[in-house]
Write a protein that binds this ligand. Structure first.
Ligand code: C2E
Ligand code: CA
Ligand code: CA
Length: 795
């Protein structure tokens, strides 16, 4: 990632630099080309002007010379001397005048053009005047100035007539054009001027020049290779480590004589100005380039740094860290990206929290689930190990919650579960953990100092069920069984701790206790359950089962009118086993049908015998919920009755309220068939199953049996129980049903029930369940009865 952002930065920088360099190069080339053109233009302009200045200087010098010469020839004395023809005098006069006007040579020319006298030691006497053309044009009154090569040097000559008043002779005066003359011109133009002899032969070709000695010699050589050039395209000569734009011209325009003038201007000098310009432009663009570089770097960092931070944040999110947010102050796309990033991050965090919550919490109550609970247990155990101390766990299982769900609907069940969660939370310390382990199972995890502390917490937990649960105008009581286990007393890992709390909880359920603490060694219990399951079948077919009978006494007569058959198992190893322990197992394994038929057969047979032997009795047999799904049951019973000869009206079936309510229509069908045979139907454990009256009315019921939990502590001054029992009796009577109370353990209860108009009573106060022979003896012997007559019937 780092590498990539760097390369992005570099790319951006390279791109910008390349652009700028191309731009700069193009500018420089353009400037350079323009400069070159301008230099050429300037140079040829300077050369042209320089040529013109030279011409003008020479011209005005010629006019000046002519004027000076005219002044001389007009002089009377001079004319006198010329007329005298005396050569020595003439020569001396010529020399005097010549010196005065700084002429190099003065000639007196006769009318025929030969020299009469000169200031050059009369070397030219009797020879034709050297500048013949000039003499000719002077004779015809033409301009009188001309330039000519004379005595190896360039000279400017004038020829003027000596008039008396007609020309009697001519005077020719020559002035050398030397380095000094050219230097004067150079001072005006700063060009170099050189005069050359066109056809030099062996002689020195440079007549005069502003160039220094060595350059002069070089020029002579170089020029020979050059042909006359125009100002438009001057030749470039490199001399004396300088470049000169050079043109060669005839000395005077139109005068193609053998003298040429070479004009030279330094290109380097002309170029220097442009060089400076070019340098300035180059400097400026270099500055611009550097500036842009800095700018690009900042820009690139402005992009790549935030990108890098975003990338780092993305990695952080990938690693599960959602805490940091990115602050990019900019309002631009990067700023938007950053805020989108932050939103994304909080979105992910929320969803992840949600998922984590769902994975570790129960969706209904919002409490921690089994997974989280086990985690917390592990943490608590670890902590207790380090610090010393005890970890306690309470497992709470609601009693008959399935019935609440089945009869009142799942919605009600859910409301109850949520309410339990709320009540639990209000009861425990913040440091404790409450979990719903599933179904109607809750668990509490807590720290405690000792087992009594744990018991106290369990007691506090159980108080949450004291208040009834209300929905609409319905109010129900919910009970639960609690099991406690402790670390390190009972287990030292979460799984075992939980299992042992579970075992303790089942113990509590079985023993009708609110709370039970795990006792070491109880694990065999579950093994026992397993072996019992397999042994039960043998027990049914073998001779380990027995039926005991418990009398039911009529309040009006004080006589036993019936007996309830209660199964007993004399286990070869475990000894007497209560039906509460193996009947549910038989229901689980499906062996209950076999059990029921076995009990039915014994009960019907015994009762038939009693009746034959003069005991006027009915017999009651308990059916389990599963028996109501046994469609053959009615015909089985019919067969039994026929075989034994027992009147169908002498047989009662007891079926619990909750079993009936589980599937009322199905129960109604089977019960209807039994009823049709004349069999009496009793609703067992009435008051615990939340049955609706409407349903009950539709069933072929003959008797209500008030559950013993309402009866056992029934007293005259009792409130709730008394109310329930009274209303049940009234309700039953209103529906034309008999009402029987089970669990009558005292005289006081008996009396209260008698007063309330209860029809029948059953309980330890009358008799415990007994084996058949004992029961028969009891019936014949104990005249337990007329206690009732003492009480009498109310109103
Ligand atoms: P249940 O049908 O409610 O039976 C009455 C239970 O109350 C019997 O317990 C009886 O011994 C007990 N009992 C009677 N009088 C008193 C009293 O004054 N105080 C107290 N505290 N208890 C009293 P048992 O025999 O242990 O039976 C327990 C349950 O097992 C029965 O409750 C019944 O639901 C079931 N059961 C027993 N025999 C059979 C059977 O043959 N078939 C089926 N399906 N269930 C049976
Ligand atoms: Ca019963
Ligand atoms: Ca009962």
């Amino acid at each position: 990632m780092n590498k990539k952002t760097r390369s992005f930065q570099t790319k951006l920088r390279l791109l910008m630099i390349a652009g700028l360099v191309v731009l700069q190069a193009a500018t420089l080339v353009a400037v350079h080309l323009a400069g070159r053109r301008a230099v050429q233009q300037t140079v040829s302009d300077e050369l042209r002007v320089g040529a013109r200045v030279l011409a003008r200087v020479l011209e005005s010098r010629g006019q000046q010379l002519a004027a000076t010469a005219s002044v001389l020839t007009a002089d009377f004395a001079f004319r006198e001397v010329v007329a005298s023809g005396d050569r020595p005098t003439i020569t001396s006069v010529l020399r005097n005048h010549g010196e005065r006007i700084a002429a190099d040579a003065v000639f007196l020319i006769s009318l025929d053009g030969t020299v009469d006298a000169d200031t050059l030691d009369n070397r030219f006497v009797d020879t034709p005047f050297p500048v013949r053309d000039l003499f000719a044009s002077a004779q015809s009154g033409e301009p009188t100035s001309a330039i000519s090569s004379f005595e190896h040097r360039a000279h400017q000559f004038v020829v003027v007539p000596v008039l008396a008043p007609v020309p009697i002779a001519y005077v020719g005066i020559g002035f050398a054009i030397d380095d000094k003359t050219l230097e004067e011109v150079r001072r005006l133009t700063s060009l170099h001027y050189s005069l050359l002899r066109a056809s030099a032969g062996e002689r020195e070709p440079v007549l005069a020049s502003t160039l220094a000695g060595p350059a002069r010699a070089e020029l002579a050589q170089r020029v020979r290779a050059l042909s006359p050039s125009s100002f438009a395209a001057p030749a470039t000569l490199a001399m004396d480590s300088q470049s000169y734009a050079t043109v060669i011209e005839p000395l005077l325009p139109g005068n193609e004589g053998d003298m040429q003038v070479v004009l030279q201007v330094s290109i380097d000098r002309a170029r220097r100005a442009f060089r400076r310009l070019e340098l300035q432009i180059f400097g400026l663009s270099t500055l611009a380039l550097m500036g842009s570089l800095v700018g690009v770097t900042f820009l690139a960092r402005g992009i790549s740094l935030p990108l890098q931070r975003l990338a780092e944040r993305a990695q952080g999110i990938g690693a599960g860290d959602y805490t940091a947010t990115i602050e990019i102050g900019a309002q631009d796309e990067l700023g938007q990206l950053a805020s989108a990033f932050n939103q994304m991050q909080s979105g992910i965090r929320e969803r992840e929290e949600q998922i984590r919550h769902q994975a570790t919490h129960d969706s209904l109550t919002g409490l921690p689930n089994r997974t989280l609970f086990l985690d917390r247990v592990q943490l608590a155990i670890d902590r207790a190990r380090r610090q010393g101390g005890m970890v306690g766990m309470v497992m709470m299982d609601l009693d008959r919650f399935k019935e609440i769900n089945d009869t009142l609907g799942h919605h009600f069940g859910d409301v109850v579960l949520c309410e339990i969660g709320r009540r639990l939370l209000a009861k425990v310390r913040a440091s404790d953990t409450i979990a719903r382990l599933g179904g109607d199972e809750f668990a509490v995890l807590f720290d405690t100092a000792d087992p009594p502390g744990a018991l106290e917490i369990a007691r506090r937990v159980s108080t949450i069920l004291e208040a009834p649960f209300a929905i609409g105008d319905l109010s129900i009581a919910v009970t639960a069984s609690l099991g406690i286990s402790l670390f390190p007393l009972h287990a030292d890992d979460p799984g075992t701790l939980m299992k042992r709390a579970d075992i303790a909880m089942y113990d509590a359920k079985k023993n009708n206790l609110a709370t039970s603490m795990y006792e070491s060694g109880r694990d065999d219990h579950s093994l026992r359950r397993l072996s019992i399951l397999s042994e039960l079948r043998q027990a049914i077919s073998g001779s380990q089962l027995e039926v005991h009978y418990q009398p039911k006494v009529d309040f009006t007569t004080g006589r036993a009118v019936a007996a309830e058959a209660l199964v007993r198992w004399q286990h070869p190893v475990h000894g007497p086993m209560p039906p509460g322990e193996f009947v549910p197992l038989a229901e689980q394994s499906g062996d209950i049908r076999m059990l029921t038929r076995w009990v039915l057969e014994r009960a019907v047979t015994d009762c038939a015998r009693w009746n034959r032997e003069g005991l006027d009795l009915s017999v009651a047999v308990n059916l389990s919920a599963l028996d109501l799904y046994d469609s053959q049951l009615p015909s089985v019973i019919e067969g039994l009755l026929r075989a034994s000869g027992l009147e169908p009206t002498r047989l009662l079936v007891e079926i619990t309220e909750s079993a009936v309510m589980k599937d009322a229509s199905h129960a109604g069908k089977i019960l209807g068939e039994l009823k049709d045979q004349g069999i009496v139907i009793s609703i067992d454990d009435f008051g615990t199953g939340y049955s609706s009256l409407a349903h009950l009315r539709r069933l072929p019921v003959d008797e209500l049996k008030i559950d013993r939990s309402f009866v056992i502590d029934l007293r005259e001054e009792g409130r709730e129980d008394l109310m329930i029992v009274r209303s049940t009796i009234e309700l039953g009577h209103n529906m034309g049903l008999k009402v029987i109370a089970e669990g009558v353990e005292s005289l006081e209860t008996w009396k209260v029930l008698a007063k309330l108009g209860c029809d029948l009573a059953q309980g330890y106060f009358i008799s415990r369940p007994m084996p058949s022979p004992q029961f028969e003896a009891w019936m014949r012997g104990a005249p337990w009865t007329p206690e009732s007559s003492v009480v009498g019937r109310p109103g």
